[in-house]
Design a protein around this ligand. Sequence first.
Ligand SMILES: [Zn+2]
Length: 344
Amino acid sequence: MTPEQVLDYPFAAPPAPGELAEVAPGVHWLRMPLPFALDHINLWLLEDGEGFVIVDCGVGMDATRVLWERIFAGRIGTRPVRRILATHCHPDHAGNAGWLAGRFGATLLMSQAEYLTAHAWRDGAAGYTDASLLAFYRLHGLDDERIEALRERGNRYRVLVPELPGTYRRIVDGEVLAIGGRAWRVVTGYGHAPEHVSLYCESLGVFVSGDMLLPRISSHVGVTAVAPDDDPVGLFLGSLARFADLLPAGTLVLPSHGLPFRGAQERIAQLQDHHALRLAEIEEACGEPRSAAELLAVTFRRRLDTHQVFLALGEVIAHLNHLTARGRVSRTAGEGGVMRFARA
Ligand SMILES: [Zn+2]
């Protein structure tokens, strides 16, 4: 069955650009454009006394800031924003964190790994350089033409996250934030980003899932050059199992992409199946030693643009690392220094 047949979507359509929609008492939904194939992100405003807490920020581009200004000109214009929470460091979530914090004199709340990763990525520190990425993808067999396309694209992070606060308030797993007289629990998740934060309000039955639980697409789970032996698939599946234990049936899930939905348990089961299927497909294709780039064609049958190649190759490596960690495939550096994987 498709997600549409299993999940319940209580809101048929997103709010119009620059508008708010209340999805639970004191919880407002807004939508911002994104300059990618994935063309939108959902952001949330949580009423907090006379003000609001902003959850996620949109990319740091004019099209998003114009819409923020429209929202500020409306009902939140005169109301204070003292806290901004970014679920994780990706540009669509953290892009305007610096701009919004500066505008309101607000504190940025983030997990430590997300905050430090955002700075490292902006600054091209550690393995967050173009050279590291290109070397990593070359090791995994990406051809010269697509390596060149990635080089030309360069580090887009700085463009989409033009500024970041120099200080923040660290939030940790299990911490309870008091927002608008309600308890919102910080729930960290792994595999999509270093230390992603979701928020759970038991009294409202609302889970702000960020990018960790999406209704229609599977969250990106990829290996990056800075941690080449990571097993994000294992981490992601571990987080889904924790969410399954946490969330009662009937919980309203507020995802960063797609529509709010009920049916968290069903969606978690679908995602577990999705990864099991992909792992089986890749393992099956490793009868002969294969590079990750060769396996791209197995898992992504359509033609991919440069941004999609960047994401998709990271995903294939993630599944290969998981199979390696479980002893299902073994890897060897073969011809031309390219890493190849074969069934153990
Ligand atoms: Zn993300």
